[in-house]
Design a binder for this molecule. Sequence first.
Ligand code: AVJ
Length: 301
Amino acid sequence: MEILQGLRKPYKELPSKYFYDEVGSQLFDRITEVDDYYLTRTESLILQQQIEAIAAALGPQCMLIEYGSGSSIKTRQLLDHLVDPIAYVPIDISREHLLQASLTLAHAYPTLEILPICADYTSAFALPQPSRPGKRKVAYYPGSTIGNFDSEPAKRFLSQIAQTCGKGGGLLIGVDLKKDFAILHKAYNDCDGVTAQFNLHLLERLNEELASNFQLDQFGHYAFYNPGQGRIEMHLVSLQKQEVQFGDETITFDNFESIWTESSYKYTLDEFRQLANSTGFQVEHVWLDPQQLFSIQYLSE
Ligand code: AVJ
């Protein structure tokens, strides 16, 4: 399985999607509130300030497909401003989040057709057909989670969204921007230590679900910005030479050896434009916060 495959590599790594069990998701929610982590609040500020222009860019009678919809709280701002939306398609891997959010939204928007999909949105899925003929299929991909993709997978994923939306469709996407390294460093090494807890929780989850025996106090959180690659890298560093059991398999760690647990890529506007163009999208609109930390972009197919 991909967990052990990653830990058997000469440079150990784990897929960042495993962060988000119930506890991991709650820890991420706490990260979004710490002062040092600018990303979520900056995206919300842009959405709030530019909501009319953003809704106008998406256009009337659109079928809004949200990747990683979660509680869909942020989406309500959008749904309140869209002109006569045909349907809302929340996609999330967590069935309980999806059900809860769909029920809440169905009460709040009784005339809006809600067609939830429980899936890992990075894999192929069939798009439901709304009862009213949908005009523009528009994807919404908030939170700069595109930053978790290396360049080739990012290209494949955006191309997949372009295919799903089809000609005349579009993508509203949050993209974190390159910036002062000190701001980036703080955001992933917050002084409240929540990011460290979030990172270390991954080992707790492996202990619980795969009966491994990681000693959390024998690993340290380490995150740094890699300017050559344009990404934050999060690592868990072994603080001593040690062995970890996975059933009858032993994984050995040298002193100061690390497990790479997440990449978070940052783009200049031009770099992201090049990526978008390579997948068939054109950048139609870019909305920025006053300090140009973050961007919300509307790409047309
Ligand atoms: C949810 C992937 C956008 O990369 O900033 C936050 C996850 N990792 N702090 C990000 C995260 C450490 C976050 N994304």
